[in-house]
Design a protein around this ligand. Structure first.
Ligand code: UGA
Length: 416
């Protein structure tokens, strides 16, 4: 059992804290937000993350997990301190490290025999500069937690990456038998994180452009990607086209790596192209909708999905919101439904797909919630003025919606 401090109770910090407590460690988790800390002490978890509330409840009940406001108790007297603070996009696209620096300002509170672990995603070279300002070993240990699968990804990781002195001691905390542990330099570990997320982003932008090409030449993107995926070197994951990639990680990390490459004097056009391809996606969705519905001024459009992906209530950098903004700018009358989202600034959010569809000119599927594949199509069609579905995720069953009287426009395939 180790004494662990976790700084930051966002989805990464909270998952880290709750899972380490579950693994038997004694954990103090700190956050600057008083309201969040009070809620967490009552086991109220704001993020939609399967299994996390149960782990927080168990940690609180066993006394192995405590929440504190302010960093003191999570820094002092701990064997390992995990930094899980946000590193958002700064002015020039580079990661803004001010939250990291704020914590380092209290670095003197660290016990001399403790280890400081950087879990926040930080540009290559950050751990080395941090090591210059604190008197304890600094280890880089990036996270690979997908939102909506964070607990599962933490407790059953595909790999543990650790860089720097005391790396083995840090990897042992995970008690993950049989999981590959990659011990590297701190800068290597920092880069693994960016390189992985950026590779996924490049893969997705490739597929989204491929889908556009399929539409033009009359091929079906699902046939093409299914066949591509059978090649082990390519794999089937992350080949589904959509309205663009979003969330709190991929957009931020692609920009940050591009900025880091520029600073290092390295030309990385592939990454810039992946970003601009993605920036173009919401425009493509709106153009497609305009093609079927006509002028969007005053047109009632039902948005199905607001979150950046299914299984989360996270709206950060959601392509669905980018599409909504463009539609609003064209004067469309928007009504949205998302099973995980009750409210979104500037949007009318209703409680069911049926409510959203009432009087709408088109249903626009933006997030891949499984329930959107199983709606009551005849009833929805009946409530709409002109039953049209534009499906950016190829989620709805073509046969059923066509049978119910819908005109369907999918992504990267011929329309039925
Ligand atoms: C991503 C990475 O997948 C995690 O490994 C990483 O740990 C995390 O960022 C992070 O840096 O913390 P996440 O942001 O939760 O996880 O989202 P993803 O599941 O990667 O999805 C990203 C976007 O790609 C979403 O908008 C999703 O809808 C889109 N996507 C994904 C597609 O459009 N098609 C696909 O086939 C897969």
């Amino acid at each position: 059992m180790a004494r662990i401090g976790v700084i930051g109770a966002g989805y990464v910090g909270l998952t880290t804290a709750a899972c380490f407590a579950e693994l038997g460690h004694d954990v103090v988790c700190a956050d600057v937000d008083e309201g969040r800390v009070r809620a967490l002490r009552r086991a109220e978890v704001a993020v939609l993350e399967p299994g996390l509330t149960a782990l927080v409840e168990r940690g609180l009940a066993t006394g192995r997990l405590r929440f504190v406001r302010g960093n003191r108790d999570a820094l002092a007297g701990r064997d390992f301190v995990f930094l899980c603070v946000p590193t958002p996009t700064g002015g020039d696209g580079a990661a803004d490290l001010s939250a990291v620096h704020a914590v380092l300002g209290e670095g003197h509170l660290l016990s001399p025999d403790s280890v400081l672990v950087l879990k926040s995603t930080v540009p290559p070279g950050t751990a080395d500069t941090v090591a210059d300002v604190v008197d304890v070993p600094v280890v880089s240990n990036p996270e690979f937690l997908r939102e909506g699968h964070a607990v599962e990804d933490f407790l059953r990781p595909q790999r543990i990456v650790v860089g720097g002195p005391a790396a083995r001691r840090v990897s042992a905390l995970y008690r993950a038998e049989g999981v590959p542990v990659v011990v590297t330099s701190t800068v290597g570990a920092e880069l693994v994180k960016y390189a992985s997320n950026c590779f996924l982003a490049v893969k997705l932008s490739y597929v989204n452009s491929l889908a556009e090409l399929c539409e033009q030449v009359g091929a079906d993107v699902e046939d093409v990607t299914a066949a591509m995926g059978l090649d082990d070197r390519i794999g089937t994951a992350f080949l589904a086209p959509g309205p663009g990639w979003g969330g709190s990680c991929l957009p931020k990390d692609t920009r940050a790596l591009l900025a880091a490459a520029e600073r290092a004097g390295v030309d990385f056009p592939l990454l810039g192209a992946a970003i601009s391809t993605n920036d173009h996606q919401p425009h493509r969705v709106v153009a497609k909708l305009r093609d079927v519905v006509g002028p969007l001024e005053g047109a009632r459009i039902a948005l199905l999905g607001l979150a950046f992906k299914a299984g989360t209530n996270d709206l950060r950098d959601s392509p669905a919101l980018a599409v909504a903004d463009l539609l609003a700018a064209e004067g469309a009358d928007l009504v949205a439904y998302d099973p995980g989202v009750l409210a979104a600034a500037g949007l009318r959010v209703v409680e069911s797909a049926q409510d959203a569809a009432r009087g709408a000119r088109a249903l626009l599927v933006l997030t891949e919630w499984p329930e959107f594949a199983e709606l009551d199509w005849p009833s929805l069609a009946q409530d709409m003025s002109d039953p049209v579905i534009v499906d950016t995720r190829n989620l709805v069953p073509p046969d059923k919606v066509v049978e119910a009287g819908f005109r369907l426009v999918g992504t990267g395939r011929r329309n039925p």
